[in-house]
Design a protein around this ligand. Structure first.
Ligand code: FAD
Ligand code: NAD
Length: 465
């Protein structure tokens, strides 16, 4: 049995773990990272990156399909487009492969030792890793748990056969003719829309009374409209009951209580993700949990001294950029620097069509905080750049305190608005007032002018509306 000792051991090399290890290495901490799969975790291998690659491919295919149908207002025409999903997936896998190598290289550059295999706690300072060449024991002064999350399974319809999770959906060899999606949240809508654009007949089954219930209804309305235009059937207030007796359809109880079969070559189940707390010996170290998640404080410390936890395993929002920010902070703390979680802004972006961004408080949340508020909203229909990009649906909305104009929240829905999220986050993180945004020169013609105009609107003197 081989043994290594180190100052810091990180379990899991997703965005939380690998960022923590790189920063620790940069700070001169003797660091080991253990990963059972490939570097980059869920995000890089089967999450953020591959899904956005497939969404882009679907957008491109839809564009040429519309041109071929002669419905292109730009006057471009072509004939008979086709999509070879095997090639699309191979292109996506190429991007993932390049990033895997990139993360491995960054870890090496930071002098982090990588161990490949499944880690299991023996006690609070010792972990055993099942490697290809036998058991590797690692003793560490400090351990960071960054084991991430896994897709939630419906007990009456487990994954297997035609019932798939996002991981299998991102590796299909051909576009299904019919796809039933259970769950109209992030993954269901991002991937459901992509498959609809690639030609599948898609039905989304959502238990709540609207899609993307995490966002306010005004923000998601343009997304619902677009789903309708794309021919995606959305059943809200509906419950999946299992596969039909013949196994060729999804049995659904609709909002009015009737049962219906939804034809489905595949049933994609996207009803949330659960923290990966099983199989690595959580019981050996007896950590406190909050619900299913590992409980942490504002420095990501768990209930056991010397053990930190970061990323999806610690709770919502389960987003890659939260995991990365926690990872970076923990590395600094382990290096002896005074740091704690003091972020004001946590952007959330849904890569639907159109895209949705939310940072800070929604109007209802701001009102609930008892402050009198001002809201400024500017439609992309009045933005020149959006018109040239055929992206006139949607708006930017700014929510601020009425007394001192401190910006509390910024939301947008529109084509390509994910790239505006940086400006929104910066404004909130830096404590911007409406006057700061209104007084900043925004380049013309850009969609970002909608942000400035929304702030001007809240101040009562928008220029282009
Ligand atoms: P993970 O990325 O889950 O990594 C955990 C790693 O730990 C895994 O590689 C796993 O193999 C390893 N591991 C677990 N246990 C052990 C063990 N005992 N021993 C060794 N290794 C172990 N988020 C966004 O912010 N933007 C997006 O656009 C986005 N899109 C997504 C799309 C999809 C389809 C999915 C599924 C998720 C998406 N997410 C997105 C969420 C994002 O992927 C996660 O929030 C992020 O990956 C969490 O990072 P993490 O480091 O906590 O864990
Ligand atoms: P989600 O929480 O976003 O959505 C799940 C949806 O399923 C909800 O709308 C819920 O009401 C619905 N639902 C739950 N049980 C149901 C049932 N039995 N029948 C019908 N509907 C049901 O979860 P997800 O889409 O699986 O994504 C998981 C997590 O991954 C997200 O919460 C997010 O943190 C992360 N993610 C982020 C992004 C992004 O940042 N762009 C993209 C994908 C995933």
């Amino acid at each position: 049995m081989k043994e290594i000792t180190c100052k810091l051991l990180v379990i899991g090399s997703g965005p939380g773990g690998y960022v923590c290890a790189i920063r620790a290495g940069q700070l001169g901490i003797d660091t080991v990272i253990v990963e059972a799969g490939k570097p980059g975790g869920t995000c890089l291998n089967v999450g953020c990156i591959p899904s956005k690659a497939m969404i882009h491919a679907a957008d491109e295919y839809l564009k040429v399909s519309q041109m071929a149908q002669g419905g292109d207002p730009l006057g471009i025409s072509l004939s008979e487009p086709a999509i070879d999903l095997k090639k699309t997936v191979a292109w996506k896998d190429g991007i993932v492969g390049r990033l895997n190598t990139g993360v491995a290289g960054l870890l090496k550059k930071a002098k982090v030792k990588s161990v490949q295999g499944w880690a299991r706690f023996r006690d609070g300072k010792t972990v055993e890793v099942e490697t290809e060449t036998g058991i590797q024991v690692i003793r560490a002064e400090t351990i960071v748990i960054a084991t991430g999350s896994l897709p939630v399974e419906l007990p009456f319809m487990p994954f297997g056969g035609k019932v798939i999770s996002s991981t299998e959906a991102l590796a299909l060899k051909k576009v299904p003719e019919t796809l039933a999606v259970v769950g109209g949240g992030y993954i269901g809508l991002e991937l459901g829309t992509a498959f609809a654009k690639m030609g599948a007949s898609v039905t989304i089954v959502e238990a709540q009374d609207r899609i993307l219930p995490l966002y306010d209804a005004e923000l998601t309305r343009p997304v619902s409209k677009r789903l309708d235009e794309l021919g995606v059937a959305v059943l809200i207030g509906a419950k999946a009951k299992g596969l039909s007796s013949k196994g060729d359809a999804l049995l659904v109880e609709t909002a009015d209580g009737t049962e219906r079969d939804i034809p489905a070559d595949h049933v994609l189940v996207t009803v949330g993700r659960k923290p990966a707390t099983q199989g690595w010996g959580v019981e050996e170290i007896d950590l406190d949990l909050t619900g299913p998640f590992i409980r942490i404080d504002d420095q990501c410390r768990t209930s056991m001294r010397g053990i930190y936890a970061i990323g999806d395993v610690t709770g919502e929002p389960m987003l890659a950029h939260r995991a990365m920010a926690q990872g970076e902070m923990v590395a600094e703390i382990v290096a002896g620097n005074r740091r704690s979680w003091d972020k004001r802004a946590m952007p959330a972006v849904c890569f639907t069509d159109p895209e949705v961004v939310s940072v800070g408080l929604s109007p209802d949340e701001a009102r609930a905080g008892a402050a009198e508020i001002k809201i400024g909203q500017f439609p992309f229909a009045a933005n020149g750049r959006a018109m040239t990009l055929q992206g006139e649906s949607g708006f930017v909305r700014v929510v601020a305190r009425a007394d001192n104009h401190l910006v509390l929240g910024i939301q947008a829905v529109g084509s390509g608005v994910s790239e505006l999220s940086a400006a929104f986050s910066l404004a909130i993180e830096m404590g911007a007032r409406l006057e700061d945004i209104a007084g900043t020169i925004h380049a013309h013609p850009t969609q970002s002018e909608g942000f400035q105009e929304a702030a001007l609107k809240a101040l009562g003197h928008a220029l282009h509306i």
